[in-house]
Design a protein around this ligand. Sequence first.
Ligand SMILES: [Zn+2]
Length: 300
Amino acid sequence: MMLPARITTSAVILISFLTLHPFTSAQSNAASGKLSVHWEELTAADFRQGIERSQGTCVLPFGILEKHGPHLPIGTDLLDVRYAALHAAEQEYAIVFPEYYFGQIAEARHEPGTISYSRDLQLKLLQETTDEMARNGCKKVLIVNGHGGNESLLPYFAQTQLNQPHDYVVYIFDKLSPPKGGPAKKTKIDMHAGESETSNMLVARPDLVHMDRANSESGADQARQKIPEDVYTGIWWYTRFPNHYSGDGSAATKELGEYQMNWWINSIAKTIQEVKADDVSPRLQKEFYEKSTHPLDTRP
Ligand SMILES: [Zn+2]
């Protein structure tokens, strides 16, 4: 869903490592500079090199499994966000966590193929995942969101990291499409499996786009809910888009997909770079945890 919603140090470690372990795969990979960005593809020794190279910055691309109109695969958000995050990490090295799709999607439980975990499990699993990432050296965890339905879950998760001390910082990147520019769009409503998302899939996995089916269901806004716009209900999405389709995927083009995907990849790469350079958040988060153990001593 897509809502409007130290080179010196590592060289020394590498040299001593290669001297001690002359025939490991780390030798060929690290020596040729080609460490995989995929967590699951690294050997244990290469993983150590990856953490060093990424300065402890790891990316968690967050997808979902839900219907995407009549023409796109259930894993659209997962496939798209991984495509963007993996290409970004190739540009600016970071280790990318494997497939993760355990987010908020209660609103699509009436459609085939939706995997909707309970509220408690979503938060618990995400916490244990980032805890485990940090235990393995990911002291900066960048969650890249690929699913509009997570846009309240993720800031809440980040905010509640302040409840108790963690030796790592959670960063969230939650922008799915460029604010402006690129090929002009033909459709006005485009929130889910419409022109934009279909265009992205034409880049990430064109073999999975069934363009001939894009008009077989309606993605029009049915506008059935008659309450003020600033009153929120969980059922709002179903009242407007009961087919879990918002927009018209048949308007998609590869040109729009390339523009949007390039913007997304470059934005994530830039964010990885900025997260690596951020020494303020870890320091002040630590200070905050310490002060929060004795709040009466905190003075202006
Ligand atoms: Zn989507």
